[in-house]
Every structure is written in structure tokens, then in C-alpha cells.
Design a protein around this ligand. Structure first.
Ligand code: SF4
Ligand code: SF4
Length: 438
């Protein structure tokens, strides 16, 4: 029997070449990054403001010069051309370089911030303007993070400009990152109030239901601190189940959360790298629910210990919170969760580690009105939906059977629907009866 020859059309196998203007944009962007890295050595220590203007300014100028021409040069939606052959978008050398660079940055940020002293000093002027004090590594991180969401958010809007859902959703994550995760915490610092993020709740922000934090805030004469604790309780115990019942986990994971916001914007070029295998699905369920159990057990133990005046854990009580903060907060959500975007896809943390996503997922699967409906007759099995599902869901398999998709892991990003050429998939909130659950 003759072996089957599969010919890949040349147009799919070739990465499209960049236009002149986009090449210039990319060059400016890379020079900006090089200036930033050079400045870390102290080369521009004498003039941190100029360092800041040149490095951040060139990165922004280069990024927009690279991104904006997409309006003219690319039609709306996914361009499959060459995406699985590109060294950047499909785990090639460029992807590894970006991954190693991002991972290295997180390692320095968490454990060796002294190597970032000059980079931190470069944003002092901004920190004084917003917070009234000198920058630290977290202000530098917040600034870079917010810029990444805003710049790549513009790219996302241009890319999916045919989809109103994608435009509004992207504007939403840009707004929540800029206002709630960057400006409001800076304003709180300016007013000498404690650090607080109104868009993060327990268990994602483990500390917000830690008995030490709760007691300390409640004992404060400061009404705002008491309100923060009230807000955290309400969001965790009331808003989360109610909103998830009506809208699924997407109200948080794809519209509000900063981690989701970064994944949906900076991570979008890598979304096709998520593993779609059954093995990955099994690992995902074990891992994410283990982290949730860890968070719940640790919090329960801390409360029990606190109510018994430290009789259970004694001196060791602080260790639990520290262990959680190190393993989950730093190593998993930061270093692995973001640094591995180019290799494992854009939602590594949300898929394998986020305890908030685990709770929302359980609610979504068993109690929510949200589902993706499929019009199986129209499906041509192109596989776009499965390829670009960042949570590794084999959407096509459901579409071919004409079954609704009710998966705990689905973050409701809607990209499967936006890239479907036949309009097979619709994100809907409807009556819960008759849903097929998996
Ligand atoms: S199934 Fe669709 S909406 Fe859900 S995570 Fe995957 S791409 Fe996003
Ligand atoms: S549902 Fe749409 S995108 Fe998915 S395989 Fe079918 S036609 Fe392609």
C-alpha cells in the first residue's frame, strides 16, 4: 500500500514576511529592550529619567509602530498562515528566548531585586507622582505589567476587530488593570492607606482571609481598612457564586482578573501552544484542585489555630502562609505562570494552578447558566476552535457532536467562537435545565 503523502500548502508553511514599517517598529522595540537591559548594569545611573524615557519610550513607540499597521495589512481574525512554523509562536528558538527572559525577570524580581536597582530607580519619578514615595520592585513590576496589558490590549482589539465581544472584553481587562490594579493601589499609598487590590479576592489573594490580616484590619480605627475586609468577604462569599451562576467564570477570569488580563493580551500570540491531550486534562484537574485544597486547608487551619490562641500550630502558624506565598504566589503564579507563556500557552497558571479558577470552575460546571452552544451541522472540522483554545479544550470534538460545552476550565474568552469560520459556537447564559455536563 502506498504511504499517504500530505502536502502542506506553501502559504500555510511560510511565516509571512513583515512590511517595512513593521520591521522598523520591531527594530525600535528591540533597541528599547536593549537600552532597558543595559541600564540594569548602571550604565545610565547618572540620569535615570533619561534612561526611563529612552527605554520605555522606545519600547512603546516600537510596539505601536509594529502593531497599528495590522489594521491595514491584516484582515480581522486569526491568520493561520505560518503560525505553526514560526520560531516565535510555536515553541521555536525565539519562543524559548522570550520564555527564558521572562522567567529570569521573575526570578530577579522575587528573589534578587538588588540586581534591578537601576531599573527600579528609572521609575522613581512616576512613583513619586502617583504614590508620593520612591519606587520599589513591585512598582516597577506593576508599571511594566500594566503597560503590557494596555499595549497588547490594543493589538488584541485590532486583531479581533470583527468581534464586539472581544473588543468590549479586552477594554474591560485593560480598564480593570489600569484603574483597579495600578492607579487605585497607588492612590491608596499616596493617602498612606494599606496596599489593597479590590479586584483580587481569597483564595487568589490568600492573605485577604488570613485571620491575622482580618483581625488586624478589623481592629483598626480606620474605616477604610474595615471596609476592605468587608469587601473581601462579600466578593468571596456572595458576589463570586451569584455572578458565576449568571455568567459563568468568565465574569472574572476573562473580564476582571489581572492574571487573566495579561494572559489574554500579552499571552495571545502563544494561545495555540496549550496542550489539548487527555493527559494534560487529567494533570490539570489534579493540580488545580490540589492547590485549592491546599488553600482551603491552610486557611481553615490558620483560623482554627487563631481561635485557639495558637494551640495547634504554635510558632509554626506563620510558616503555612509563607509556604503558600512562596510556592503558589511566587513560583507558580509568577515564574511558571507567566514565564512559560511561549512554551505552554497563555493560561498556564489559570489552567493548572489558580485556586480562584478552581472554585469558579466547580460553580460553573454544576450551578451556572453559562454554556457554549454548538450548531454541529455547520461544523467543517477545521479545528480553529481547538487550536486557539488557551485552556486546552478540544472544542471541535463537542462541535462535531453538536453538544453544549460546559467545562469547568473554560474561561469564556470567546476566542473559539471568534475564530470559527462557520459561526458554530455561541457563548450563552441560559436556563440550566438540559445542559450536557462533562
Ligand atoms: S472553550 Fe472557547 S471560550 Fe472556553 S476557554 Fe476555550 S476558547 Fe475560551
Ligand atoms: S466549530 Fe467552527 S472552528 Fe471549530 S472545527 Fe467546527 S467549523 Fe472549525
Amino acid at each position: 500500500m502506498q504511504p499517504i503523502q500530505i502536502q502542506i500548502p506553501t502559504s500555510f508553511a511560510q511565516t509571512p514576511s513583515l512590511s517595512g514599517i513593521r520591521k522598523i517598529g520591531l527594530a525600535i522595540l528591540l533597541v528599547g529592550i536593549a537600552v532597558f537591559l543595559l541600564g540594569a548594569t548602571g550604565a545610565f545611573a547618572a540620569s535615570p529619567l533619561m534612561y526611563s524615557v529612552f527605554s520605555f519610550g522606545m519600547v512603546l513607540l516600537g510596539a505601536f509602530t509594529y502593531i497599528v499597521p495590522l489594521v491595514r495589512e491584516h484582515s480581522a481574525g486569526i491568520q493561520n498562515t505560518g503560525i505553526m512554523f514560526s520560531k516565535a509562536s510555536h515553541r521555536g528558538a525565539v519562543a524559548w528566548l522570550i520564555g527564558v527572559g521572562m522567567t529570569g525577570f521573575y526570578v530577579l524580581l522575587y528573589w534578587f531585586p538588588e540586581y534591578l536597582t537601576h531599573c527600579i530607580a528609572s521609575v522613581n519619578w512616576l512613583s513619586f507622582a502617583l504614590k508620593g514615595k520612591a519606587a520599589d520592585q513591585w512598582f516597577l513590576y506593576g508599571t511594566i505589567y500594566t503597560l503590557a496589558v494596555l499595549v497588547m490590549g490594543v493589538r488584541m482589539i485590532i486583531k479581533y476587530r470583527h468581534s464586539k465581544y472581544q473588543i468590549v472584553r479586552t477594554l474591560s481587562v485593560m480598564f480593570f488593570q489600569l484603574v483597579f490594579a495600578y492607579l487605585i493601589p497607588s492612590f491608596l499609598a499616596l493617602m498612606h492607606q494599606p496596599d489593597f487590590y479590590f479586584t483580587y479576592f481569597w483564595p487568589l489573594k490568600f492573605d485577604y482571609l488570613n485571620p491575622f490580616t482580618v483581625r488586624y484590619y478589623l481592629a483598626s480605627p480606620n474605616h477604610l481598612m474595615v471596609f476592605m475586609i468587608f469587601w473581601g468577604f462579600m466578593m468571596t462569599l456572595v458576589a463570586t457564586p451569584v455572578l458565576t451562576y449568571f455568567f459563568g467564570k468568565r465574569w472574572y477570569c476573562s473580564w476582571v482578573c489581572g492574571c487573566g488580563g495579561l494572559a489574554e493580551t500579552l499571552g495571545d500570540p502563544f494561545r495555540q501552544n496549550s496542550d489539548k491531550s487527555l493527559r494534560a486534562w487529567k494533570i490539570e484537574r489534579w493540580m488545580i484542585h490540589s492547590v485549592l485544597v491546599f488553600a482551603v486547608v491552610t486557611t481553615a487551619l490558620l483560623w482554627l489555630n487563631s481561635s485557639m490562641q495558637g494551640a495547634i500550630l504554635g510558632e509554626a502558624s506563620g510558616m503555612f502562609a509563607k509556604a503558600y506565598g512562596f510556592l503558589i504566589g511566587s513560583v507558580f503564579s509568577g515564574v511558571v505562570g507567566t514565564g512559560f507563556y511561549p512554551i505552554m500557552g497563555s493560561r498556564v497558571w489559570c489552567r493548572f494552578g489558580c485556586p480562584q479558577a478552581a472554585i469558579l470552575g466547580v460553580l460553573q460546571k454544576y450551578f451556572s447558566r453559562f454554556r457554549i452552544t454548538t450548531n454541529g451541522d455547520q461544523c467543517i472540522s477545521c479545528g480553529n476552535c481547538s487550536t486557539y483554545c488557551e485552556m486546552g479544550i478540544d472544542v471541535r470534538a463537542y462541535a462535531q457532536r453538536g453538544e453544549n460545552i460546559v467545562r469547568a476550565s473554560c474561561v469564556g474568552c470567546g476566542v473559539c467562537s471568534a475564530v470559527c469560520p462557520r459561526g458554530v459556537l455561541s457563548l450563552e447564559n441560559g436556563p440550566a435545565q438540559g445542559k450536557t455536563r462533562f
